[in-house]
Design a protein. Structure first.
Length: 567
C-alpha cells in the first residue's frame, strides 16, 4: 500500500516539479486555467510529464485512456508518452528474483538475458528460457518503485490542493483523478493480482483473435510469463511493412474487447498501446493485466442496454440503464428532463448523419451524464477505458467503427436470448449422450451459433433496414425445429407406450393361462399321489382340497379389496 508523505519532507521534489512547470510555461495555465493555444499546451504538458519521470508518465497514460477527464486533444498527445527509463543493474534484478523465489537463478532458468528488453518506470523485463524449454519474460519490480510513487503522489496532492477550486469550475474533479491514479498504481505494483487477472483472461481466451500469455510462476514483485513476439499496436507503419492486414488487426481487437465485455464481463483497464502487441498472424497479444478484472453483472447489463439504446434510438433507455445499474432514482425532475432533451438531440444527430463513429456518440452520451453530475461507479469508469482504447486505435488506423456495428448488434441480440446460458449448453451436453433429441438438435444449434459468429463481419446486417429479421428467422427456425422434433419424439414415445401396453396385456394373459395349466397339472399329480397314499379313500382328499380352495378364495377376495382401496 502506498503511504502519503508530508509536504515538508517532500520539499525537494515539489521544488523540482515547480521548476519544470515554469520551464514549460504551465504554472500560468494552472493558475488562470485559460489558454489561446490548447494544442501547444497539450504538447508542453506531455514534455513536462516526460521530464518529471515515472509517476507523471503513468498519470499521462492514465489520462489518455480516461474519456471523462480531459478533452481529446490532450488524450491524443498523452498517447505519445513512452514509459521508458534507464534500466537498473542486472545484479540488483537477480538479487530481487532470488530473494522472492528463494532459489538461485540457475535453478529457475536455463538462461536469462542480462540486458532487459524493456525498462519502464515501475519494472523492467528480461527474456529467459526455462529448463522445460519455454521462452519467457521475467518482469522485475524496481527496488525504488514504492518510494518513487509515494514522493510523486505527495507532490501531486500538494499542487492539486492549490488548483482544486479552479479545476472544479472547469468540470475536473482532481481529487477523484488522484484517487483513481493511486488505485491504478497500487494495482501496477501487485504482480500476484496481475497473475490472477491474466489467468482469468487466459481461461476465456478467444484463440482465433487474441493471445493471452501463460503465467508460469510469480510473487508480488516478480512475474514469469510466456514471451510474446509482436509489434506494438501503435506502430502502424511497422505492421504494414510486415505484411499484416491492418483491418484484420482492428477486427481482431474489436472482437476480443467487445466479446469479453459483453459475454464474459471482463475488462482490461490499462489498454494503452504499449500493452497490446500485433502477432505475425494478426492476432492481438495482450499484456500487463495489473488493472483488469471482471465487472459486476449489473454494469455488464448496463453496457448491453446502453449500446442497444444507441442502435435503437432510445435515449430514455440509455439514461434509465445507467440509473438502474447505479441504484439511482430521479430526484430532480427538471434536471432529468434537460438531460433527456440533450440526449435525444445527440441520438437524433447520430441517426440523421448516419455517423460512422458510434463509439464517439457513446462517449458523448457518457459526457452528458457527467455534465449533469450523474454519479458513476468506479468499475464503470475503469471498464470503459477498453472501448476508448479501441476507438482511439481505430482513428489512428484511419478506420471507422461503422463496419463493426453488425458485430455489436449481434452480440447484444445473442447475449439477451434466453437460451444463451440455458438451452444452448443443455442441448450441447445432450449431443451423442442423451438420445436422438440431442443428436438431432445440437448440430442445428451449433449451425445457428456459427451463423452468428460468421456474421460478425457481415456488412449487410442493419437493424433499420430489416437486418434484424435474418437472425431472428434463424432463431425462430431453430426453436421451431426443436419444438417439431420434440413433438415428434413425444408422439413416437406415446405410440411405443401404447404398443408396450398391448404387449403387456397379451403376455399377462399367456402367463395367466400357462400358470393355470401348470396348477391343473400339478393338482392332478398331487391328487393321484394322495389317492395312492390313502389307499383309495378320497373323502379326506376332497375335504383337504375344499379347505385349500376356500383359503385361496379368501386370499383372492382380500387382494381385490386392497387393490380397490389403492385406487
Amino acid at each position: 500500500m502506498i503511504k502519503k508523505r508530508g509536504a515538508i519532507r517532500n520539499l525537494k521534489r515539489i521544488l523540482e516539479i515547480n521548476r519544470v512547470l515554469k520551464k514549460y510555461k504551465l504554472r500560468r495555465f494552472l493558475i488562470k486555467r485559460k489558454t489561446k493555444d490548447p494544442e501547444k499546451l497539450a504538447i508542453n504538458l506531455r514534455k513536462a510529464f516526460e521530464e518529471l519521470g515515472p509517476v507523471f508518465i503513468k498519470l499521462g497514460q492514465f489520462l489518455s485512456i480516461n474519456y471523462l477527464v480531459i478533452p481529446e486533444i490532450y488524450r491524443r498527445e498523452f498517447e505519445k508518452l513512452q514509459d521508458s527509463v534507464p534500466p537498473f543493474p542486472f545484479s540488483k534484478a537477480s538479487q530481487i528474483i532470488e530473494s522472492e523465489f528463494g532459489k538461485k537463478l540457475d535453478d529457475l532458468f536455463e538462461k536469462i538475458e542480462e540486458k532487459p528488453i524493456a525498462a519502464a518506470s515501475l519494472s523492467q523485463v528480461h527474456r529467459a528460457k526455462l529448463h522445460t524449454g519455454e521462452i519467457v519474460v521475467v518482469k522485475v519490480q524496481r527496488p525504488d518503485a514504492q518510494e518513487i510513487i509515494e514522493k510523486d503522489l505527495s507532490a501531486l496532492h500538494f499542487f492539486s490542493n492549490r488548483a482544486e477550486g479552479k479545476l472544479k469550475k472547469a468540470g475536473i474533479d482532481i481529487k477523484v483523478i488522484l484517487k483513481e491514479l493511486e488505485e491504478f498504481l497500487n494495482a501496477e505494483l501487485d504482480f500476484e493480482q496481475e497473475a490472477i487477472h491474466a489467468d482469468l483472461f487466459r481461461r476465456q481466451e478467444l484463440s482465433k483473435y487474441e493471445k493471452i500469455p501463460k503465467v508460469f510462476f510469480n510473487t508480488k514483485k516478480v512475474l514469469v510469463e510466456e514471451y510474446l513476439n509482436g509489434i506494438k499496436i501503435s506502430d502502424v507503419s511497422g505492421i504494414h511493412k510486415s505484411g499484416i492486414d491492418k483491418e484484420k488487426v482492428m477486427e481482431n481487437l474489436v472482437k476480443s474487447i467487445t466479446y469479453h465485455m459483453f459475454y464474459d464481463g471482463l475488462f482490461h483497464g490499462d489498454l494503452h498501446p504499449a500493452n497490446m502487441l500485433v502477432l505475425k498472424d494478426g492476432r492481438i497479444g495482450f499484456i500487463d493485466f495489473g488493472v483488469a478484472g471482471k465487472m459486476p453483472e449489473n454494469i455488464k447489463q448496463m453496457y448491453l442496454s446502453q449500446y442497444n439504446s444507441i442502435f435503437s434510438n432510445d435515449p430514455e433507455k440509455f439514461i434509465q440503464a445507467h440509473l438502474d445499474a447505479n441504484n439511482l432514482k430521479i430526484k430532480d425532475v427538471k434536471k432529468y428532463k434537460k438531460l433527456k432533451a440533450e440526449m435525444t438531440v445527440l441520438f437524433e444527430d447520430y441517426y440523421s448523419k448516419k455517423s460512422e463513429r458510434a463509439f464517439d456518440y457513446i462517449f458523448e452520451a457518457y459526457n452528458l451524464l457527467l455534465k449533469y453530475k450523474v454519479p458513476q461507479k468506479n468499475e464503470f469508469l475503469v471498464s470503459t477505458r477498453s472501448t476508448l482504447a479501441v476507438n482511439n486505435l481505430l482513428k489512428r488506423y484511419g478506420l471507422t467503427d461503422k463496419r463493426f456495428e453488425p458485430l455489436l448488434k449481434q452480440m447484444i441480440m445473442t447475449q439477451n436470448l434466453p437460451f444463451k446460458d440455458a438451452i444452448g449448453p443443455a442441448i450441447l451436453e445432450m449431443d451423442g449422450k442423451r438420445g436422438d433429441v440431442g443428436k438431432d438438435v445440437a448440430p442445428d444449434f451449433q449451425k445457428m451459433l456459427a451463423g452468428f459468429q460468421n456474421g460478425f463481419g457481415n456488412q449487410n446486417f442493419n437493424l433499420d433496414k430489416g437486418g434484424f429479421i435474418q437472425p431472428m428467422m434463424m432463431v425462430n427456425g431453430f426453436m421451431d425445429n426443436i419444438g417439431n422434433r420434440i413433438s415428434h419424439v413425444e408422439t413416437n414415445i406415446e405410440d411405443k407406450l401404447k404398443k408396450l401396453e398391448k404387449r403387456a396385456v397379451k403376455v399377462s394373459k399367456i402367463f395367466g393361462w400357462a400358470f393355470l395349466s401348470a396348477l391343473i397339472i400339478l393338482g392332478v399329480v398331487f391328487y393321484n399321489r394322495l389317492v395312492a397314499i390313502v389307499n383309495g379313500n378320497t373323502l379326506w382328499i376332497q375335504i383337504a382340497i375344499g379347505i385349500m380352495a376356500l383359503l385361496l378364495l379368501v386370499d383372492i377376495m382380500r387382494l381385490k379389496v386392497n387393490g380397490g382401496d389403492k385406487k
